[in-house]
Design a protein around this ligand. Structure first.
Ligand code: 3PY
Length: 249
């Protein structure tokens, strides 16, 4: 039985005060969460605030990225070790916004994944196709390429030690959500691809759906056999919405 995971990706939003309010609001309502593991991924500078407020609670936290390098002359980058020092459990790796705006390649993303694992963080590997790719029937080809960068490049055990998030790019920040059937189809494809290497890791790995998941559609999406939770964007910025998704999982 895979425990659902609901992780909030705050992206580059809010202020110090907003971060504290959001964490306190989520903590205050967390009593209604029955099954899901919950994690919050704030911007880097707010990690100490989140760490202080969540110390001793069952809610976990993580970063939205890590450097592909261990340390040294990499101005502006933050290493996995540094993130781990702030008590993080998770690190989001290869979000489509980083692939798009920071030109991150599959090879770089695989290095980041390895950096996260090496220090004991659990990477959340994002995969997903653009609208154009979907319309050209390339969804499976694209998500397979994103997955294989780690599955073939590092190995099935590395995938089994992480979490995958299927985030169709056309559903990110657009308000458009994949239907539960569309999402389930891709999740099942990803799990089968891992099973071809290792059935045990395929059975164990959690595959989250991301892309305009909200309180109104969370239960139906997470009710699908291969959808093990959500990576939440906009709805993670409002405690009541985020808590409703966590309670539905
Ligand atoms: C979204 O839902 O918009 C996301 O990008 C979650 O990572």
């Amino acid at each position: 039985m895979r425990q659902p995971l609901v992780a909030g990706n705050w992206k580059m939003n809010g202020s110090k005060a907003d971060a504290a309010d959001l964490v306190n609001g989520i903590k205050a309502g967390a009593g209604n969460i029955r099954k899901a593991e919950v994690a919050l991924c704030p911007p880097f500078p707010y990690l100490p605030i989140v760490e202080n407020l969540l110390a001793g609670s069952s809610i976990r936290w993580g970063s939205q990225d890590v450097s592909s390098e261990t340390d040294g002359a990499f101005t502006g980058q933050v290493s996995a070790r540094m993130i781990h020092e702030f008590g993080c459990t998770y690190a989001i790796i290869g979000h489509s916004e980083r692939r798009m705006f920071n030109a991150e390649s599959d090879a770089t993303i695989a290095k980041k994944y390895q950096q996260a694992l090496a220090v004991g963080l659990t990477p959340i590997l994002c995969v997903g196709e653009s609208l154009e790719e979907r319309e050209h029937g390339k969804t499976e080809e694209v998500v397979a390429r994103h997955l294989d960068a780690v599955l073939e490049g590092i190995g099935a055990e590395a995938i089994g030690s992480g979490v995958i998030a299927y985030e169709p790019v056309w559903a990110i920040g657009t308000g458009v959500t994949a239907t539960p059937e569309q999402a389930q189809e891709v999740h099942a494809f990803l799990r089968q691809r891992i099973a071809a290497k290792s059935q045990a890791h395929a059975d164990a790995v959690r595959i989250l759906y991301g892309g305009s998941m909200k309180p109104g559609n969370a239960m139906e999406l997470i009710g699908q056999g291969d959808i093990d939770g959500g990576l939440i964007g906009g709805a993670a910025l409002k405690a009541s919405d985020f808590l409703a998704i966590c309670a539905a999982a």
